[in-house]
Write a protein that binds this ligand. Structure first.
Ligand SMILES: [Zn+2]
Length: 313
């Protein structure tokens, strides 16, 4: 299932090479069994990985169809019961896919599924964030932390005023729904979604933004940091969960400025672009997913356009 992009983890590449020799339908019958919730139950088997990949792609398409239907019903002011039932169907598709990809991700060692806060504290960026981590544990003891602005001030050791401005802007952003933005600036679009090429074992799972190392990378919308990891083909990466249930992924970063669990607003800096992981040069790899895991990505530019974000070439 691992359709790796500019990032390709070696063991997976080997698995996929093996898969290439397997007929497309081989093992598809086992999809249901292999897709179970059990931790990695049988997903490591070569045939099952192939089945998971195909199954995930079908589930993503079904989810997007279901989501479009919900949108249409909402736009048409359909009966609330009708909208609810369509929404239930969409969430069921996503929940099943989530379970499947979580198990597959654990089996393949995807750090987002294995350890969403990095690899045992060994990520280079973590030492930079020690102060933040202390503040975070402090914040945990006071549940009101996120509601009031006061606990935020100590975090802004370098620029408290800027932070206050940020907090005000955050509130404003929450008030105005149209707060989405492009994930970086001064880019040109390189490899697009579903592009195929020698660099990828399968189709490209995201959109690449060519930027030089050190370019700020922003959360495209408000959300919560789901994972910050390092060490696989994606290098240093951040995964953000948005209120609409979608996730965005920012990969190959040279630096990460946020931690798992942190709330972010649209346009907030997550880190700096780079060339970590398996890349041929510095760029931002950006994905939109319906789960936190690889294998559930949707076309990112149309998704951004639905949020009124125009990404230009
Ligand atoms: Zn990419």
């Amino acid at each position: 299932m691992r359709r790796v992009s500019c990032a390709r983890v070696l063991p997976l590449a080997l698995l996929l090479v093996t898969l290439a020799a397997v007929p497309a339908d081989a093992g598809a019958g086992g999809a249901g069994a292999g897709a179970g919730v059990g931790a990695g139950a049988g997903v490591g088997a070569v045939g099952t990985v192939d089945a998971v990949r195909g199954e995930a792609a079908r589930a993503v398409r079904a989810h997007e169809t279901a989501r479009a239907r919900v949108d249409r019903l909402r736009a048409a002011d359909a009966l609330p019961t009708k909208i609810k039932s369509a929404e239930r169907r969409r969430k069921k598709i996503r929940a099943d896919l989530w379970d499947m990809l979580w198990a597959a991700g654990r089996a393949s060692g995807d750090p987002v599924a294995v350890n969403k806060s990095g690899r045992g504290g060994k990520c280079a960026f973590q030492s930079r964030n020690k102060k933040k981590s202390k503040n975070k544990s402090k914040a945990k003891t006071s549940p009101k932390a996120k509601a009031s602005k006061a606990p935020k001030a100590p975090k802004a050791l370098k620029a408290p005023k800027a932070k206050q401005d940020k907090a005000a802007a955050e509130k404003k952003a929450r008030d105005t729904a149209r707060s989405w933005t492009a994930p970086t600036r001064d880019y040109w679009l390189s490899a697009g979604y579903a592009a195929s090429g020698a660099r990828w074992a399968h189709r490209h799972t995201g959109q690449d933004f060519a930027v030089s190392t050190g370019t700020p990378v922003y959360a495209v919308g408000p959300g919560t940091v789901r994972a910050t990891t390092c060490g696989d083909g994606f290098g240093n990466q951040v995964v953000v969960r948005h209120p609409d249930g979608y996730f965005t992924q920012y990969a190959h970063l040279s630096r990460i400025d946020v931690r798992a669990g942190k709330r972010v607003k649209a346009g907030q800096r997550l880190g700096l672009s780079g060339a970590t992981g398996n890349v041929t040069g510095p760029h931002l790899h950006f994905e939109v997913r319906i789960t936190p895991y690889l294998g559930s990505s949707v076309p990112p530019l149309p998704w951004l356009r639905r949020k009124d974000v125009r990404v230009v070439r």
